[in-house]
Design a protein around this ligand. Structure first.
Ligand code: NAI
Ligand code: OAA
Length: 280
């Protein structure tokens, strides 16, 4: 709504300084939105274990390329964005929070480890910093958080992705993706095994479990015919039931990742720097 966006812009005067760790598909989306001035933020620094990826984004935003996570968290930054991998979360988050930075975590799958969750929770509390977990590639997190205030009885996630997006994880499981000629269930189990076997594909299952405070049942289907990453969510609770389906366009740079995931990070960054919060 034009009138409303004008109203909001009058108040959005806080320029958020960002450092990004992991310069792949999501970082690339964020960088382009910053350059287009769609969000009131400035990217100050990048770090990627592959320096060429950081250099590529630095050409777009002129941000500094750092030599390590330590180097990045020492910069004048308000928010560190983790867009690297589940394995990388612990180091990045601890260093960011210890250096008094807020952190936005994309690889939410790391929080399947309860000890890590508590460690970061306590560190953020001690330092007076925030950990932001975007809804990522799914919808309905707002309502699910509210449903969790009642009694949750069941949480199910059915994810269907093109075979291409699941290729790496399938190969790691010893499954030949080229042999999949029709929709095939490639995983059925709990959230803990799901993220272990598909660490770059099913962060959303951990997000759902955190939001609902209930371990999700997960089904993953590889479909050679579809073009979108589909996530169907079912939550049953004493407050009501919820069914949500999203059909996401995958990122060109990384077909495992849905564009919605990147936009959800961008949306959080935008919300942080504005005085009004919309939704739950
Ligand atoms: N929460 C959600 O809904 C979603 C989460 N994700 C997760 O977000 C993360 C980023 O996604 P994309 O940008 O699509 O990945 P990507 O694979 O396109 O880029 C990741 C980048 O991080 C770098 N990297 C990996 N480990 C690193 C480390 N330890 N230190 C520094 N750099 C490191 C890689 O070199 C690569 O350039 C992934 O973990 C992905 O699984 C992706 C989609 C949805
Ligand atoms: O982007 C998606 O559709 C979901 C995804 O990769 C993840 O949750 O890790």
């Amino acid at each position: 709504m034009v009138v409303f966006s004008k109203f909001k812009n009058r108040y959005s005067d806080m320029m958020l300084k960002i450092g990004i760790v992991g310069c792949g598909a999501i970082a690339s989306f964020i960088s382009k939105m910053v350059v287009k001035k769609k969000i009131n933020a400035k990217i100050v620094a990048y770090y990627d274990k592959n320096i060429h990826k950081a250099e590529k984004l630095s050409k777009i935003t002129n941000a500094e390329v750092c030599s390590s996570v330590d180097n990045l968290v020492e910069k004048d930054i308000d928010l560190v964005v983790e867009a690297a991998s589940v394995k990388a979360v612990e180091e990045i988050a601890i260093k960011a929070l210890s250096n008094n930075k807020d952190i936005l975590i994309m690889s939410v799958g790391a929080f399947v480890d309860k000890e890590l969750f508590l460690k970061l929770y306590n560190l953020a509390k001690e330092k007076g910093r925030k950990i932001y977990l975007p809804s990522g590639a799914v919808a309905g997190i707002d309502a699910i958080k509210s449903l969790a205030l009642g009694k949750i009885e069941e949480v199910i996630l059915k994810t269907t992705k093109p075979v291409e997006g699941l290729k790496e994880a399938l190969e790691n499981k010893g499954v030949d993706p080229n042999k999949i000629k029709e929709p095939t269930v490639v995983f059925e189990g709990d959230v803990f095994d799901a993220i272990k076997q598909f660490p770059s594909n099913i962060n959303v299952s951990v997000m759902l479990s955190i939001a609902s405070e209930f371990p999700a049942k997960v089904v993953i289907i590889a479909d050679p015919k579809i073009k979108t990453n589909n996530h169907e969510i079912f939550v049953k609770s004493s407050i009501g039931t919820l069914k949500v389906l999203v059909k996401n366009v995958p990122c060109e740079e990384n077909p495992k990742t849905s564009a919605l995931a990147a936009y959800s990070a961008i949306r959080i960054i935008k919300d942080i720097s504005e005085p009004i919060e919309i939704g739950t």
